[in-house]
Design a binder for this molecule. Structure first.
Ligand SMILES: NC(=O)C1=CN([C@@H]2O[C@H](COP(=O)(O)OP(=O)(O)OC[C@H]3O[C@@H](n4cnc5c(N)ncnc54)[C@H](OP(=O)(O)O)[C@@H]3O)[C@@H](O)[C@H]2O)[C@@H](O)CC1
Ligand SMILES: Nc1ncnc2c1ncn2[C@@H]1O[C@H](COP(=O)(O)OP(=O)(O)O)[C@@H](O)[C@H]1O
Ligand SMILES: [K+]
Length: 487
């Protein structure tokens, strides 16, 4: 698990650490890690000696990091020039180090082609959209991406122009190929549109870890986490002990949603799938192992229910949702089931529930339920909805967020834009239901489902254009690999 911390918590940890080290030591550690990575990138692009690097140097310590790293690169034979965002406010020690190593202060950014741009405009001290010369410099950096022969862009700590605590991008911002961040991750590196601007994130250890006392703002699961959580059958298992998942999804109008959600469930760890709904025939044609009924009341017992994907909102859908909510087992509510919560008609049933509830809204469904879209602070918004509904909220998007009523938030790092295809959410809901049925607690089930779903999207995208059916095809290999012993 990786953890990202808010700026205020990073500052507190930094203050505690600073009291234990000589002045300048932290910046030296940060700059050494930054220079190491920049040097590697230059080596990969044809060599350090004689290459050109431009440092964009803001007025704070972020600029200081860039200058000290630039000094180290200059000592290695890189021709380094620095451009000050505010010429009369530049880190004096850093500038002196750069000059004594042979680097220079330039008036204009990128007046000649260069191999590397180091974005030291702002880091965790950035507030709001970039202003003044900082804004103009961002335009110059983003003109030609590295993939089109432009310089490789390395952001110092964070890409300048992003909101560190929320991952919002309130205006023009640097798009980095690599972000070298110090001490710990910040939320903008893992959530929201900012995370897409960070490129590959390298965390440099500056000794901050033991001084970070706060709870993480956001957690990110890795392969090891998901592997260790994923339920695996043992010698004593039978289909019931592995868990029974039931789905009330699809309708006469949207039978495909039923087929897709059952397909997602089939890739999960549950030992038996029940289906209840109007798409019984279509489900059985694609998934003959399913035990199918037409109504929830006739479906039989399950350890978890999934309800809502393609369900519609007529009288039949309302009755089925009521029946699902009345069960004493974990429930996933997706799509139309979320919409049916809006008018409050289900409030009493929801209040009476003791078993976990997981809501899987996309932004539109979130807005209907919460009364407003998630906005700039997606983690905060998901946490508020989770607290208000007493449900785990899986807020879908390019960095899907899982938020729990007790204030824990996770961001998913495996997704890819190919998942933005009709029916992908149905597949996710089914997989999530299967994990719940197999006994995984709701936060872990939601995090693990989003993780595997994202990997399936990537696997399918390697083959070609991705449909939700391709996700169903790709998922068993992904989930199988998550349960295979590590080699
Ligand atoms: N924490 C740690 O452990 C370590 C931290 N380290 C490093 O320190 C960095 C933090 O440094 P920091 O505190 O000096 O703030 P920083 O990001 O340089 O920005 C402040 C300056 O930017 C300006 N500015 C702000 N917003 C702006 C805008 N929208 N548009 C334009 N300008 C804007 C603002 O201007 P002002 O408002 O003062 O006029 C102010 O002068 C951190 O990210 C990391 O790189 C490492 O060295 C070691 C370990
Ligand atoms: N730009 C994106 N990058 C990565 N994943 C995305 C992006 N847009 C959507 N997704 C994912 O695609 C899925 C779409 O689900 P959803 O909106 O419910 O679609 P549907 O209702 O058609 O099934 C979600 O898992 C979501 O996280
Ligand atoms: K920066």
């Amino acid at each position: 698990m990786r953890a990202a911390y808010r700026v205020a918590d990073v500052r507190s940890a930094e203050a505690a650490l600073l009291a234990t080290v000589p002045p300048g030591a932290l910046m030296a550690r940060a700059a050494a890690g930054l220079a190491r990575r920049c040097g590697q990138l230059l080596s990969e692009r044809g060599g350090r000696y004689g290459s050109r690097a431009v440092l964009l140097v803001g007025p704070g310590d972020n600029g200081g990091d860039a200058l000290f790293a630039g000094a180290e690169l200059a000592r290695q034979g890189v021709r380094v020039s620095a451009v000050a965002v505010v010429p009369d406010r530049i880190h004096a020690g850093g500038l002196a180090a750069l000059r004594s190593a042979g680097g220079r202060l330039a008036d204009e950014a990128l007046s000649a082609p260069c191999d590397l741009v180091v974005d030291g405009i702002v880091g965790i001290g950035g507030v709001g959209p970039l202003l003044g010369r900082a804004l103009a410099l961002v335009g110059a950096v983003t003109a030609v991406p590295a993939s089109a022969g432009g310089p490789v862009v390395v952001a110092v700590d964070l890409p300048s122009g992003v909101s560190a605590d929320t991952g919002d991008v309130p205006g023009p911002a640097v798009r980095a190929d690599v972000t070298v961040t110090f001490g710990c991750l910040k939320p903008a590196l893992v959530v929201g549109p900012a995370a897409e601007l960070a490129g590959e994130v390298e965390l440099v250890d500056i000794g901050l870890g033991p001084f970070v006392r706060a709870e993480p703002a956001v957690r990110v699961a890795d392969d090891g986490d998901v592997r260790s959580w994923w339920p695996v059958p043992g010698p004593q298992s039978d289909k019931y002990l592995r868990g029974v998942v039931a789905l009330a999804t699809g309708s006469v109008t949207y039978p495909g949603a039923a087929v897709l959600s059952v397909g997602g469930a089939a890739a999960g760890p549950a030992g038996l799938i029940r289906y209840a709904g109007a798409a019984r025939e279509q489900v059985l044609t694609r998934h003959p192992q399913v035990i199918a009924a037409t109504r929830v009341a006739d479906a039989g017992r399950a350890q978890a229910w999934v309800c809502g994907s393609g369900l519609g909102s007529g009288a039949r859908a309302i009755a089925d949702l009521r029946a699902v909510l009345a069960t004493p087992v974990p429930v996933v509510l997706d799509a139309d089931a979320i919409a049916m919560l809006v008018d409050g008609a289900m409030a009493e049933l929801l209040r009476a529930r003791r078993a976990p509830l997981v809501l899987t809204p996309h932004d539109g469904e979130f807005a209907r339920l919460a009364g407003a879209p998630p906005g700039a602070d997606r983690v905060g918004a998901a946490l508020r909805l989770a607290a208000w509904t007493n449900a785990v909220v899986l807020l879908k998007g390019s960095r899907t967020i899982v938020a729990s009523p007790d204030g824990q938030a996770w961001a998913n790092a495996t997704g890819c834009a190919a998942l933005a295809t009709a029916g992908a959410g149905d597949v996710l809901a089914g997989l999530l239901g299967s994990l719940l049925a197999a006994g995984l607690p709701p936060v872990r089930a939601a995090v693990a489902a989003a993780y595997a779903h994202g990997l399936a999207g990537r696997a399918a995208a390697r083959v070609g254009a991705v449909t939700a059916t391709d996700l169903v095809t790709a998922l068993p290999t992904v989930t199988g690999s998550l349960t295979a012993p590590c080699r």
